[in-house]
Design a protein around this ligand. Structure first.
Ligand SMILES: Nc1ncnc2c1ncn2[C@@H]1O[C@H](COP(=O)(O)OP(=O)(O)O)[C@@H](O)[C@H]1O
Ligand SMILES: N[C@@H](CCOP(=O)(O)O)C(=O)O
Length: 298
């Protein structure tokens, strides 16, 4: 395997995982994009970050995208090289919008674009490597495939399928100033849950698939969760309060990923959006990203 292209450019979407009841399974790609250029060079690795993460991320081999490119090149049996990255980032970090999964998927798609036989890094291989590097196929799958997905893991590794989405679905994302790492939001989860709560989520997850496909009347029931959001409420009080208030008002609101952003699976009306903005939430109307991570001409 050779490095066949000296530089590539990749776009990768934000994602919102879980969608309420589908903990560690459902995910939705959102129209907020990171845009990266990766160049293979003879000199040392150097990373320039514009936008999100500027000043806070490693500028060399420790950068997550660099690690992902290297992992892709290694899997493909291609030689390593120095890497120059220009990352124009729009996906907020540590907010439950899948920034780390996006970084990893972007690096792997960049590796696919650099090598002489891109089939060596097909979607199944990228999903497996992304899950190994980042841990969350529920984010990696929609970042890779676009739209809505269900991911699961068995003895062979991670798998994902697309979930059909009604064309009218228009999500709203509420982003707070506060950040929370996914690892700290996972530490508060119990090792076991009551059987009745598991049964509750099974039915809600099935309803959500129907709702996403067009049965909008099932959206509110289909976004109820008892497996993670309640346990996480103490580490994201304003998020828990916003989800509660929105649901009481009839909006299908859930914690986005591991939080602290909120995902509403409907476009909020203007008065509600304005009230939330006044209370410090950034209100996004990103649309669904129908396409996942892809190469664009540099
Ligand atoms: N585009 C990026 N480039 C490099 N590192 C990133 C990027 N996006 C996220 N990260 C790393 O991942 C961390 C956030 O990951 P995580 O806690 O899983 O939150 P999120 O919900 O945003 O994925 C960041 O603090 C940073 O270390
Ligand atoms: N299923 C994971 C999803 C984490 O998503 P992120 O966008 O917060 O990284 C979880 O809920 O922990």
């Amino acid at each position: 395997m050779q490095i066949a292209h000296e530089h590539v450019r990749v776009r990768v979407p934000a994602t919102s995982a879980n969608l309420g009841p589908g903990f560690d399974a459902f995910g939705l790609a959102l129209g907020v994009w990171d845009d990266l250029t990766v160049r293979a060079v003879a000199g040392p690795t150097r990373v320039v970050v514009e936008g999100e993460g500027n000043g806070n991320l490693p500028d060399g081999e420790g950068h997550l995208v660099v690690k992902a490119v290297r992992s892709g090149l290694e899997m493909a049996g291609a030689p390593q090289a120095g890497l120059e990255l220009l990352c124009r980032n729009a996906i907020p970090h540590g907010r439950g919008m899948g920034s780390s999964a996006a970084a990893v998927v972007a690096g792997l798609i960049a590796a696919r674009g650099l090598i002489s036989d891109p089939a060596a890094l097909d979607d199944a291989t990228v999903l497996a490597l992304a899950t190994e590097l980042e841990g969350h196929p529920d984010n990696a799958a929609p970042a890779l495939l676009g739209g809505a997905t269900t991911a699961w893991v068995d003895d062979e590794g991670p798998h994902a399928v697309e979930v059909p989405l009604a064309p009218g679905l228009r999500p709203t994302v509420l982003v707070p100033d506060a950040r929370l790492t996914t690892s700290s939001a996972r530490r508060v989860l119990p090792a076991q849950v009551p059987h009745a709560d598991a049964a509750h989520n099974v039915a809600r997850a099935a309803l959500l698939v129907l709702a996403l496909g067009g049965r909008m009347d099932l959206l509110l029931a289909g976004t109820e969760d008892r497996l993670h959001q309640g346990y996480r409420s103490d580490v994201m009080r304003p998020t828990a309060e916003a989800v509660r208030a929105l649901r009481e008002a009839g909006w299908p609101a859930v914690v986005s990923g591991a939080g602290p952003s909120v995902l509403v699976l409907e476009r909020l009306d203007r008065p509600t959006a304005e009230t939330l903005s006044r209370h410090g939430w950034r209100v996004l109307d990103p649309g669904v990203a129908a396409e996942g991570a892809h190469l664009v001409s540099p």
